[in-house]
Design a protein around this ligand. Structure first.
Ligand SMILES: CC(C)(COP(=O)(O)OP(=O)(O)OC[C@H]1O[C@@H](n2cnc3c(N)ncnc32)[C@H](O)[C@@H]1OP(=O)(O)O)[C@@H](O)C(=O)NCCC(=O)NCCS
Length: 143
């Protein structure tokens, strides 16, 4: 498997790459550059590259009452090569190092690949928020 390079977004270019992946995959919640600059102060963000090619990004929301949130995102053109698995595993390791006892993820329902991935990795749905017919948010917990 080709190896990915993982970067914490620390300048405008990498923050913009993180934002690009997020907004491509989560069109229901588009973030502005300022949103991302604020988010990076609260969450652990990573950007994944294959050589110089942007392939994905991740978010780890640090534990609150023992529960952390881990979200991996891979652009559709780069899926099914194991990259999502790598990004997700790094996120879980980070969350555990931060003291997480419980790991959750959140998936926008239109992302069928994301729901299947979460189920295959042992997550079960614990909450569902229906904002709109095309905007159903599934919260899943690692069993
Ligand atoms: C979830 C997501 C990150 C997975 O990314 P990915 O790069 O496709 O993930 P992987 O390649 O590790 O695994 C996906 C599938 O490809 C398979 N796969 C991995 N390497 C493979 C290879 N070399 N050849 C063929 N299949 C392969 C995996 O076994 C897995 O199969 P499964 O779905 O039947 O379990 C991606 O679909 C995504 O960004 N979804 C939207 C965001 C989201 O909802 N994220 C929340 C989940 S944390």
């Amino acid at each position: 498997m080709p190896s990915l390079r993982f970067e914490p977004p620390r300048d405008d270019a990498t923050l913009e790459d993180w934002r690009h992946v997020h907004n491509e995959i989560i069109p229901a919640d588009p973030l502005s550059p300022d949103d991302v600059r604020e988010r990076v102060t609260r969450h652990h963000l990573e950007v994944a590259y294959l050589g110089d090619v942007l392939v994905g990004c991740s978010t780890v929301r640090p534990p609150k009452d023992g529960t952390a949130m881990v979200i991996a995102r891979i652009l559709p053109a780069h899926r099914r090569q194991g990259f999502g698995g790598q990004l997700y595993e790094r996120g879980v390791e980070r969350a555990r190092r931060l003291g997480a006892e419980v790991i959750e993820t959140i998936v926008l329902g239109v992302n069928a690949d994301g729901l299947r991935f979460a189920h295959q990795h042992g997550f079960v749905e614990v909450d569902r928020h229906v904002a709109d017919a095309d905007e159903v948010w599934h919260t899943l917990r690692l069993g």
